[in-house]
Design a protein around this ligand. Structure first.
Ligand code: DHB
Ligand code: FE
Length: 280
């Protein structure tokens, strides 16, 4: 049976990818941010996952407001990186963990979730950036296959935190009932606090971000029982992306060991955070 070897929560700000493309990661502005991922990369190198489940949202690149699936599971054999306007990035295509994706899609439907199933779709910075932060930039191919899960965090109504948590439980069951010996890491992405639009554009909330990072491991109930509106108020309209970390957290044991946390403010307009968890 496949096995969950750990869970990682991380921000997915697009300018992190641009900083890497332009070789700016060791400049004074970016170095403190990137240094916080040294441990995460070492953890990946030591634990050698075969598959990365990446929970993220599309930002108007592969989907737009004409079609807004609440949850989407990718079942493709290959995903091209989306061009978000700066031109195609020099990173390899992502290879899909097709069989595990279908198994997960089937488990979801069996458990009364009804995702969109995508066989042909690009992946934007929501997936690209966390993959680079964890695995570095490979020359030819990524060291893992991917199982992408898109969550609508863009157009209301977004799913409830509890619903994301419940999906995490089914994800765990799907991985642990998958006939294989894959080592699986789950990446929950997005956040932390940011708001890119409207009257509160530029909103950040360092206190809430630090509270999130220090309690998501030991007290996830506090976060999964909160309303969507509370996320928007506390973390900003785009900071509500944090609900996607709950898919990862819900898939882990109730007792987890925190191996690493990192916080940097701001990366672009975002409070940027990372956590590395193992089941205790
Ligand atoms: C920014 C952050 C995001 O999470 C995102 O998806 C887009 C932009 C930002 O801070 O610039
Ligand atoms: Fe985002």
């Amino acid at each position: 049976m496949a096995e969950i070897i750990g869970g990682i929560g991380t921000s997915h700000v697009p300018s992190i990818g641009v900083a890497l493309d332009k070789g700016l990661d060791q400049t004074p502005v970016w170095k403190p941010f990137f240094d916080g991922y040294d441990y995460t990369k070492e953890w990946i190198a030591e634990h050698k996952p075969d598959v990365a489940v990446v929970v993220f949202n599309d930002h108007g690149n592969a989907m737009f407001l004409d079609r807004v699936p609440t949850f989407t599971v990718g079942v493709a054999d290959r995903y091209k990186p989306a061009d978000e306007g700066w031109g195609p990035r020099d990173i390899p295509d992502f290879i899909g963990a097709e069989d595990m994706s279908w198994h997960f899609a089937d488990k979801l439907v069996e458990n009364h979730f009804d995702p969109m199933i995508a066989r042909e779709i690009t992946v934007d910075h929501g997936l690209q950036v966390p993959m680079e932060l964890c695995f570095g930039r490979p020359k030819d191919c990524w060291p893992v296959t991917i199982l992408p899960i898109w969550v609508n965090t863009v157009q209301y109504p977004i799913p409830t935190p509890q619903r994301c948590w419940d999906m995490g439980k089914i994800l765990r069951d799907a991985i642990e009932s998958f006939p294989g010996d894959e080592r699986v890491v789950i990446l929950g992405t997005g956040g932390l606090s940011h708001q890119l639009q409207g009257a509160r554009a530029g909103f950040l909330n360092e206190a809430a971000d630090r509270d999130w990072l220090s309690t998501i491991a030991r007290d996830p109930d506090k976060w999964r029982s909160m309303r969507r509106e509370d996320y928007v108020e506390k973390f900003g309209s785009e900071g509500a992306e944090l609900i996607m970390w709950l898919v990862m957290r819900g898939a882990m044991n109730s007792d987890v060991t925190v191996k690493h946390t990192h916080y940097h403010l701001p990366a672009s307009m975002t409070g940027a955070g990372c956590i590395v968890l193992e089941n205790t």
